[in-house]
Ligand binder design. Structure first.
Ligand code: ANZ
Ligand code: ZN
Length: 816
């Protein structure tokens, strides 16, 4: 029994699990449920890479651990198979996503199975299947009915090569994330989900103490939602009936306003612009339209270009004329797309004023440091400004900043020219794509009735099979070419109408898949009410930090909105979220271009997946990541081999538990405690290290494991190396799977601090053995134990002991 054939053993147990439905969860038992979720993959043609494997293995270890600890664990998997990646790949390789994707999924399935992950395959989802996207469309319809969907023209990032709209996150340094082409700004009619209606709740929930997510992920979400408290100030426009509102976090600086700036897209620009300035303004606006939205964002730091409109605003308190500019450092999609320029106290305004020769009027005198008069004020305010006082501010002179904020806001409110306001950075979610490979948006446009949702009974709107699925140059969707898809009667009035031809964003598919898993097979609804009530929220969600905002935020939003509609009993979908780390290879980032991407297949073939799983988890803390080095694998191979021998030998001839001492007891109990705690905290590397130490300890004592120890080692190892653990478990004479029969061992806290110490024994100054002695044992007790010890007594050779030198707990020297 000493050779261990990984390939044979792993295949054997994978078959066993399949045949015995070991990993199929009984969802009717939910009292001790643990819904263990991992971010489902996009099934690429390349197959899984080691980064996926790393994430899935770490999540699997969590699931397997919870199961052994007594939970009924549900661990599903699926495929996020719609979207532009699949489509682009098909375009490039001359195939069709409808053929390509099922093949990719098959390959992923094979690879995931070869990694021995405990998936409940009976509940896999594939977002491209009509029985899934029927409900994605249902969600669109429900949101539409609730007024959470809007169809409106919006500036969007447009990639002229991929011919699609890109989110800001998909634009890197002004270039398309996928193809590297310079992105443009376009105005298109798009479908938006009004996630901004939920900004406040989405943020408030994150701030709750019991929101158990990785701190870094929480912070990213908070910043993304971006709450800002301030005021809205309304300025009348000279010589017109209209007015323009600005959002400011510093109403106290109102008397320092010397100009106003509008975003180039602000619809008021055209109206305000004087005839003399019209040509210059139009040229400037056109120029800024060439940039993508991110570059626009960077204009905040940039050169502060801009043009005067020739129009003037009226200061709401002093009545002075204020010139109005248009400049790209002001964003249309934040606040109201207009700012009041306070050159003396806002860095951006300061730079703009300098460049365009505008007056700089300080309105705050800095108490501690009078030189602090310009741009740095905004940041400096919070911590240093206690002593700061207003100047040049009429009735507000002498007030502190907080008092001035209150006073100005009140004065404005009395005049009907302002009020306190909270603004969020979060934008509405653009869910429409002018592409093919996605769920058709379930809307029918009728000239008489306007956009109508497809009746629920008519869902799904099937994605038509389309030979030429490529996007077209003018931004119209591929589906618009399919006449019998497009032309349908209006569901309300029956007159000829036209289907929407955009498809929805892949992020909508993934914003609710965790709701579907427990209800896979439910036909009449997206999720069965009882099962959903029993199984949600997800107990542990593990995924990459790259999804910290989009996916995780959209999922929270969709859950919250569905919950408001009464479909779910929960507002937040994920009780705990942990981000996993990233792995690099030989110290370098893995990338296709470097050719250093590791695929699992060759490694599994060479070492078996248990070794790879264990190695990946041993590289470093799971939440931090690590460096994958081929040379590092050998150490794990040695450890597992030794453990196999140790456990199987122990199975044949276990040590007698009565022969163990306090130190053995301490080592065992400390191991059980540490490994359990580490697993619960995703500290997998230190858990493995502890198992290694325990193995070394037992070897050092030149004994085998006791039967209880051997079984406990099996169970503790099982999350990491499930096949090896199964095989050991069987070798120990057990008849069922360790995941069915095995129970997480208990530990005894009272044994954690061994009352014994190991004291070396010297005879005439030469080390001859060691004794386990009660801590602080007396010299007599030590002396007696030494004589009783076989090795020591052999060294004494029956001679008389002339002198005893004893340092308690440290050393015993016998002089003969
Ligand atoms: C006057 C002022 C004086 C401002 C001052 C700041 C400091 P946060 O904190 O990020 O919310 N602002 C408002 N809308 C804008 C837009 N659409 N594009 C660019 N900038 C905009 O920033 C709020 C501040 O950013 C607002 O307060 C406004 O400038 C500017 F000493 O108003 B402030
Ligand atoms: Zn109609």
């Amino acid at each position: 029994m000493d050779t261990y054939e990984a390939e044979t053993v792993e295949t054997k147990w994978q078959q066993y699990w399949d045949e015995n439905a070991t990993n199929v969860t009984d969802l009717s038992r939910s009292g001790d449920k643990f819904y263990n979720l991992m971010m489902f993959p996009y099934p690429s043609a390349e197959g899984l890479h080691i980064g996926n494997i790393y994430a899935f293995t770490g999540a699997d270890i969590q699931g397997r651990y919870r199961r052994l600890a007594g939970h009924n664990v549900f661990q599903p998997i699926g495929f996020d198979a719609f979207g532009i990646n699949a489509e682009n790949f098909a375009i490039k390789s001359g195939s069709h996503p409808a053929f390509q994707i099922p093949a990719n999924i098959e390959n992923f399935r094979r690879q995931l199975k070869s990694m021995g992950i405990m998936y409940d395959w009976s509940r896999a989802v594939d977002t491209t299947q009509p029985d899934y996207y029927r409900w994605t469309q249902w969600i669109f319809v429900k949101f539409f009915e609730q007024g959470l969907v809007e169809h409106r023209e919006a500036p969007v990032n447009w990639c002229p090569v991929d011919k699609t709209v890109l989110s800001n996150e998909q634009v890197i340094d002004g270039m398309c994330e996928r193809c590297g082409t310079q992105v443009e700004l376009r105005l298109l009619k798009q479908w938006f989900f009004k996630i901004t209606d939920f900004a406040e709740r989405l943020l408030d929930n994150v701030e709750q103490d019991d929101f158990d997510w990785s701190p870094s992920t929480k912070l990213i979400q908070k910043n993304w939602i971006g709450r800002s408290e301030g005021a809205e100030v309304t300025f009348d426009i000279k010589g017109t009936e209209r007015s323009i509102s600005v959002f400011t976090t510093r109403p106290d600086t109102l008397f320092g306003v010397t100009f106003m700036v509008l975003a180039p897209e602000n619809p008021a620009v055209a109206e305000i612009t004087s005839d003399a300035q019209r040509a210059a303004v139009e040229a400037y606006v056109n120029e800024t339209q060439q940039q993508d939205l991110n570059s626009r964002r960077r204009a905040e730091q940039g050169d502060k270009s801009g043009v005067a409109t020739g129009g003037f605003a009226v200061h709401p308190i002093t009545g002075e004329d204020i010139p109005i500019y248009v400049a790209d450092y002001v964003m249309m999609d934040y606040g109201s797309g207009a700012v009041m320029g306070v050159a003396a106290h806002d860095t951006r305004d300061f730079e703009f004023a300098q460049r365009h020769g505008l007056p700089i009027v300080p309105v705050i005198e800095c108490g501690e440091d009078p030189s602090r008069t310009s741009g740095d004020m905004a940041e400096a305010y919070t911590d240093k400004a206690e002593a700061d006082r207003l100047i040049n501010s009429g009735a507000c002179d002498g007030l502190s900043i907080p008092d001035a904020m209150a006073a100005v806001t009140k004065t404005l409110a009395n005049k009907g020219a302002g009020s306190t306001q909270t603004t969020y950075r979060l934008h509405d979610w653009c869910v429409s794509r002018q592409r093919y490979w996605g769920p058709p948006i379930p809307i029918i446009h009728c000239d008489t009735c306007g956009p109508q949702p497809v009746p629920e009974a008519d869902l799904p709107v099937l994605l038509p099979e389309l030979e030429d699925f490529r996007p077209s140059d003018d931004g119209t969707s591929p589906l618009s070419k399919v006449d019998d898809f497009v032309n349908v009667p209006c569901p309300k009035c029956g007159n000829p109408a036209k289907r929407e031809t955009d498809v929805s964003d892949t992020f909508l598919d993934s914003a609710w898949y965790f709701l579907r898993y427990p209800s896979v097979g439910t036909d009449g609804a997206p999720f069965d009410p009882q099962v959903t009530k029993d199984w949600l929220p997800v107990d542990m969600y593990i995924g990459g930090q790259e999804h910290a905002v989009l996916h995780l935020l959209y999922s929270r939003f969709v859950t919250m909105a569905l919950s408001d509609m009464g479909y779910l009993g929960i507002e937040e979908p994920f009780k705990s979220f942990r981000r996993h780390g990233m792995i690099v290879r030989d110290g370098q980032k893995m990338s296709k271009s470097k050719g250093n991407v590791v695929g699992p297949d060759e490694y599994v073939a060479k070492y078996g997946c248990d070794v790879i799983r264990c190695y990946l988890m041993f590289m470093g803390p799971f939440t931090e990541g690590g460096d994958f080095r081929d040379s590092g694998i050998a150490g794990i191979v040695r450890f597992l081999r030794r453990l196999w021998t140790q456990v199987t030998e122990s199975g044949a001839a276990p040590s007698d538990p009565d022969a163990l001492d306090d130190i053995d007891a301490r080592e065992y109990n400390a191991t059980v405690k540490k490994v359990g705690e580490d697993l619960a905290n995703l500290q997998y590397n230190t858990a493995i290290a502890r198992l290694m130490e325990f193995s070394n300890h037992v070897r050092g004592r030149q004994r085998n494991y006791t039967m209880d120890e051997a079984k406990a080692v099996c169970v503790m190892l099982a999350p990491f190396t499930p096949h090896l653990a199964e095989e050991m478990w069987q070798a120990l004479g057990q008849s069922q799977s360790v995941f069915v029969e095995g129970r997480w061992p208990a530990h005894d806290d009272t044994k954690l601090h061994a009352e014994t110490v190991v004291v070396p024994v010297q005879v005439n100054g030469k080390r001859r053995g060691e004794l386990s002695l009660p801590k602080g044992a007396s010299q007599d007790a030590a002396h007696e134990a030494a004589i009783a010890d076989e090795t020591v007594s052999r060294a004494l050779d029956g001679k008389e002991i002339r002198r005893v030198i004893y340092v308690p707990d440290r050393i015993l020297n016998l002089v003969i």
